[in-house]
Design a protein around this ligand. Structure first.
Ligand code: GLN
Length: 194
């Protein structure tokens, strides 16, 4: 079973998108629930609040451990910030889980344009561009050698994968297009077989 981190953010939309992609999922709020899932989606929302709640709920270290141990994770927007090894324009006490060797700048697009939509070609996803919904979105400032850039918009990296961790600046869960979720469901299936 796949989990959706349910501390804060658009949890319901991810649960629905995963179900539509063929993988019914459950919310995860406690370490015991995290221990039971085979993969985890980290939703969009507010990464400073998510970071704070992860500490309060005793989830930050267990999350870091599961990611280090190879659990597949997909982060959208605030979730992308949570899986970044390093962030810019974060709050001083803001923690991330990490998992992708990249530097992510918070609210990067937001400074120019609070929210917008654009067609995004994503490497590994066939059938034309994905509808990208960006809401006070981060962009990826730089990636390390182990991380693969899957998509760019306007010269900025907006989708990245490093091994079992996937991240997008945009929110496929807010559209009817479930191809990115289907890609993640496939990552979880493959990881469960090894
Ligand atoms: N700006 C938010 C943050 O820094 C992310 C916005 C979103 O998830 N749509 O957490």
């Amino acid at each position: 079973m796949i989990g959706v981190l349910a501390l804060q953010g658009d949890v319901r939309e991810h649960l629905a998108a995963l179900a539509a992609a063929g993988a019914p999922a459950r919310p995860v709020r406690r370490p015991e629930e995290l221990a039971e899932v085979a993969g985890l989606v980290i939703p969009g929302g507010e990464s400073t609040t998510m970071s704070k709640l992860a500490v309060i709920f005793g989830l930050l270290e267990p999350l870091r451990e599961r990611v280090r141990a190879g659990m597949p994770v997909y982060g959208t927007c605030a979730g992308m910030i949570m899986v970044a090894d390093k962030i810019l324009d974060g709050r001083d006490d803001q923690e991330t889980i990490g998992g992708i060797d990249m530097i992510v700048r918070r609210n990067a697009f937001g400074r120019q344009n609070e929210s917008f939509e654009a067609g995004i070609e994503v490497k590994g996803i066939d059938g034309g561009p994905v509808e990208g919904v960006f809401i006070r979105a981060p962009w990826v400032e730089s990636v390390g050698a182990a991380a693969e850039v899957l998509a760019t918009f306007d010269g900025h990296t907006v989708a990245v994968r490093q091994d079992h961790v996937l991240a997008t600046s945009f929110h496929p869960e807010l559209t009817g297009d479930h191809r990115v979720h289907a890609l993640f469901v496939e990552m979880v299936r493959q990881s469960a077989q090894t």
